[in-house]
Write a protein that binds this ligand. Structure first.
Ligand code: AMP
Ligand code: MG
Length: 521
């Protein structure tokens, strides 16, 4: 197995002089060398052939002993030195101080086809940043990360990718509900990839300590390697960087809202400077269209990270990044200009995204009313977001309102309980909708085709992940393989998999792992 290795991050940035692997504060360093813990009996559960390919690896490579050894942390690839990064962050709105890669270990950077990837193991043992935790990860959370990262990629949502999912052969103790009932679970290791794993929090750490030298080193490094299109110097350079992070973060959030993804823990340490989705923890998929929904039980009281609040939180997080970069810029005005533009840019992009979901190619000012009334209507009765938008594409210009309703009614969780006034509101909305699509040049068939490229048929519904976890716990990975293949083509009809185009079953409504997830992973 041959990888094209490069070690820019560790070659160019300051290392922690200590290599003692105990939890501690690390100053003036961008990383600490640390070796993964050798697993007692690693085995491969699943590898993504496509991610392997991106790295220059073949399918045969993914089943080789080398692959097993390197991506389980059993051996270190020649010419590389694994490391963990310190970062800080705001968690649930509060300053949390130094955090860091507590259970993530970067193996190395790899280049292939002129693209550079950082490879990172998640769950490969303690680092100086593990604080009071153990550095390991359990099978359930690792399955959720491996499946969801790849599903998001195929949905067209910017994300880290997942190369492999392995069992470590070790047991890990977890108190899933934080209620004093810890139990042993199977330990697992995911190898994920990204251009880099640099987060907003990496910059916040040095700014909070007034360590401007390291802050600037990190910013210069990041721009040089990951934002090479920025050619300006001095404060303009950092402003251009901030502008770009704002833009890609905004794009990512619009995608989340499009597919109904709720991250669940949008702390600033979970925000990638590449505007890619990172750290799949207690995330969830919107089934019933409810902007107030969050899957994260830790956030149940304030619902800071609820679906409808994700754009606001992205902006809040960008404020924290702006504060962190401020010492390099020393001018609030241009930073504020970028931040102030976020909300109006978001509104514009959100509207266009919704226009696409509704199959409109023309831009009409009044669309905003149609879209707002739809999102209100979707909340009046429990309605499945994915099924609603997918089925809406079957509505035709010449349908009666009743006929149109027949086509979307599968999306209601309790169709029979819909009261008359709500039903009438639907008929009215569908009338408006049909008039609106009538103004388009698209034929019904063309519109349907376009809508089906932005409204997925299959997403990783919360209960699907849980079913897969239950099987995998017993050593049966066939559902995992099935879902992985299904979610590679989320916009295709895939008639053999129709059973996954279904509302959340009743048993999953309030079940742990399906609608309620904790950070305990
Ligand atoms: P998260 O909420 O998963 O983004 O994690 C927040 C912080 O806690 C990060 O610094 C993680 O590295 C750390 N962390 C989470 N789980 C563990 C664990 N099992 N062992 C060590 N550190 C952890
Ligand atoms: Mg995290």
């Amino acid at each position: 197995m041959k990888l094209h290795i490069q070690n820019n991050f560790t070659a160019e940035l300051p290392a922690d002089p200590s290599e003692i692997n105990i939890p501690r504060q690390v100053e003036k360093a961008c990383f600490s060398y640390v070796e993964p813990k050798k697993p007692s009996n690693a085995s491969l559960i699943h590898a993504s052939a496509e991610v392997a390919n991106l790295l220059g690896l073949s399918q045969e490579d993914t089943v080789s002993d080398d692959f097993l050894n390197i991506f389980s942390g059993n051996t270190v690839y020649p010419g590389t030195r694994p490391y963990a990064m310190p970062y800080a962050g705001h968690q649930f709105g509060n300053w949390a101080g130094q955090l860091g890669d507590g259970r993530a270990i970067n193996l190395t950077e790899v280049t292939h086809n002129d693209t550079s990837y950082t490879l990172q193991l998640k769950g490969a043992g303690p680092t100086p940043y593990s604080r009071t935790a153990d550095g390991f990860a359990v099978l359930r959370s690792s399955i959720r990360e491996h499946l969801c990262a790849e599903a998001m990629h195929y949905l067209g949502v910017p994300t880290t990718r997942s190369l492999s999912l392995m069992l470590s052969g070790d047991q890990v103790l977890r108190d899933i509900l934080y209620n004093g009932n810890p139990a042993y679970e199977k330990g697992a290791i995911v190898c994920r990839t990204a251009p880099s794993f640099i987060r907003f929090g990496n910059f916040e750490l040095f700014a909070s300590r007034n360590d401007l030298a390291t802050l600037q080193l990190l910013a210069d490094y990041t721009i040089k390697h990951h934002f090479p299109e920025i050619k300006s110097e001095g404060k303009e350079k950092y402003l251009a960087f901030f502008q770009e992070v704002s833009r890609t973060t905004l794009d990512m959030i619009v995608h989340w809202q499009r597919v109904g993804f709720v991250h669940g823990v949008m702390n600033t340490d979970n925000m990638s400077i590449h505007g890619i989705t990172i750290d799949y923890g207690p995330y969830g998929w919107l089934e019933d269209y409810d902007p107030n929904w969050t899957p994260n039980t830790t956030d149940r009281q304030y619902k800071r990270y609820r679906f409808g609040n994700q754009p606001n939180i992205a902006l809040w997080n960008l404020y924290q990044l702006a504060n962190a970069l401020f010492p390099l810029i020393n001018d609030t005005k241009p930073l504020e200009t970028i931040l102030n533009a976020f909300s109006s840019d978001y509104q514009k992009d959100y509207l266009n995204m919704m226009r696409n979901k509704l199959g409109f190619s023309l831009i009409q000012e009044e669309d905003i009313i149609l879209i707002e009334s739809l999102t209100e209507l979707l909340q009046l009765a429990e309605t499945d977001m994915t099924i609603f938008f997918r089925n809406l594409s079957s509505v035709q210009k010449l349908d009666s309102a009743e006929a149109a309703f027949e086509k979307i009614k599968e999306a209601f969780y309790n169709e029979k309980d819909i009261i008359e006034s709500v039903l009438n509101n639907w008929y009215t909305w569908l009338e408006h909708y049909k008039n609106r699509i009538d103004e388009e040049v698209f034929t019904d068939a063309e519109r349907k085709k376009q809508m089906n490229t932005v409204n997925p048929k299959y997403v990783l519904r919360n209960y699907m992940a849980q079913l897969c976890i239950d099987d995998a716990d017993k050593g049966n990975y066939s559902l995992l393989n099935e879902l992985f293949e299904l979610l590679k083509k989320p916009y295709d009809e895939q008639p053999d998999s129709q059973k996954w185009f279904a509302k959340r079953p009743d048993w999953a409504r309030d079940k742990v792992g399906c609608s309620m997830l904790s950070c305990s992973s």
